[in-house]
Design a protein around this ligand. Structure first.
Ligand SMILES: [Zn+2]
Length: 444
């Protein structure tokens, strides 16, 4: 079995049970698994010199809409609140097809990889012109990230009082049928899985109550996870109260949308009772601080969630509302936002890094990922802290979130995905050129 030895790191941040940080240490990878962590390790395989580097578990992204990399900074949508923003973008997204979905996913996945992310979820909730979840799974296979695609859906169009145009919604029977197809075809429940599928109606305001309930029943039947947007902003809460006569937490609970196999994106407006509900049921949260700032949604009560024992991971959210897909920048933003809301001791850089790694892995139900321990999957980010932006730092771990905004090397399941700051799995130049070509075609 092939070996990689990461040698002489300035610090190895393990995220193990004791949160040990090991100075001048090594990590030995055998096959797709971590075989040893410590000093003075040897190998007959490949050696990666990590002197001048901090080594961490690969970061985990728990919420994204990869297709949106094709609609970054679209005029007319940049300064709108959530609902107005969506209405600007829906007609553009309606012109996407399989190639747009595939190429935009490659771009988004590469952007994540270059910023230290080894595992990501994706939420694809529209399938225009023959696009399928399969297109994003093919993209992730080429890029080499561990991938949790979710089969999203919208079923209530404008003519039924919903937000999306009728052309972007699907029939609910067809949605459930395709959920079964992708779960049967792609979901891998085994340890070390590179693809796990989830079921993810877009949001309570774009599908029916029946579909929410049926999706939960189906997910449990198939043993896959559930994901959606919840309690994103004040408009969202008002909609829930007016339309369903209850707050989002109650709506989720009534329809089977709580449990350790469920995670919700945003949750900016969860109240104390809802936080208790999430903690009690093991329901996870994908915290998306940059998107919440960009859309003016508010500051999610992450401090209160963590104190109550809610599982919290990070999400860059789609690139139409971020605008970047930089996961290490997202971790920094998470720390800053809690400090704006609660004071300078509300969140440390180390806690933000924990949320970005171990926290995300817990949210996605991946007990085999998220820390550098013997037997865990070899998903490893190597950060060069010898450059000008880190010069003079006394504590490279606390500094990491403000230091190099990209990884030097990234290993996923024991395979090199990024080496020396460049993608090794795909020809990024030609992918970017194709993406820009597709964006120009959409502008015309
Ligand atoms: Zn989202």
């Amino acid at each position: 079995m092939s070996e990689i030895l990461i040698k002489n790191a300035d610090v190895v941040v393990t995220m193990d049970g004791a949160r040990r940080e090991l100075a001048r240490s090594d990590v030995l990878v055998r096959g797709g698994v971590i075989a040893a962590v410590g000093a003075g390790l040897v190998t007959t395989g490949r050696v990666i010199d990590a002197k001048g580097c901090v080594v961490t578990p690969g970061l985990v992204n728990t919420h994204h809409h990869l297709y949106q990399t094709l609609t970054r900074a679209v005029p007319g949508g940049q300064d709108a609140l959530l609902f107005g923003w969506l209405k600007t973008l829906y007609p553009i997204w309606a012109r996407f097809g399989p190639e747009e979905i595939f190429t935009s996913a490659q771009v988004g996945l590469a952007e994540l990889a270059l910023t230290g992310c080894s595992m990501t979820s994706d939420h694809l909730y529209m399938y225009p012109n023959g696009a399928r979840l399969d297109d994003t799974i093919a993209a992730a296979g080429e890029v080499g990230l561990r991938f949790h695609p979710t089969r999203g859906a919208m079923s209530i169009g404008e003519s039924d009082g919903g937000l999306p145009p009728d052309g972007l919604v699907e029939g609910e029977a067809a949605i459930l049928e395709d959920c079964i197809r992708v779960a049967d075809r792609f979901h891998d429940a085994r340890e070390g899985a590179m693809v796990r599928v989830g079921i993810a109606p877009c949001s309570p305001f774009s599908v029916s109550r029946d579909l929410m309930r049926d999706a939960a029943l189906l997910a449990r039947d198939k043993g896959v996870m559930l994901h959606t947007h919840l309690a994103e902003n004040d408009e969202d809460i008002a909609y829930s109260l007016a339309k369903f006569g209850c707050r989002p937490g109650q709506y989720a609970e009534d329809l089977g949308w709580v449990g350790d196999d469920v995670w919700h994106a945003h949750c900016v407006k969860l109240d104390g009772q809802e936080i208790d509900l999430f903690a009690r049921t093991g329901t996870g949260v994908a915290h998306c601080p940059c998107s919440n700032c960009r859309l003016g949604s508010g500051i999610a009560p992450v401090r209160a969630m963590r104190d109550a024992g809610v599982k919290v991971g990070l999400g860059v959210d789609g690139s139409a509302s971020n605008d970047a897909g930089n996961l290490v920048a997202e971790a920094r933003q998470a720390m800053l936002l809690q400090r704006v809301a609660r004071g300078a001791d509300a969140m440390s850089a180390r806690e933000a890094l924990e949320i970005a790694t171990l926290g995300g892995a817990q949210v996605l139900g991946r007990h085999d990922c998220g820390s550098l321990e013997v037997g865990k999957r070899a998903d490893i980010a190597i950060w060069d802290v010898s450059g000008v932006e880190a010069a003079g730092s006394w504590d490279p771990v606390a500094f990491l979130l403000a230091g190099p905004m990209r990884v030097r090397d990234l290993i996923v399941e024991g395979r090199e995905v990024v080496r020396g700051g460049a993608m090794v799995t795909i020809d990024l130049g030609s992918v970017v050129a194709r993406q820009n070509q597709l964006a120009r075609r959409l502008m015309e």
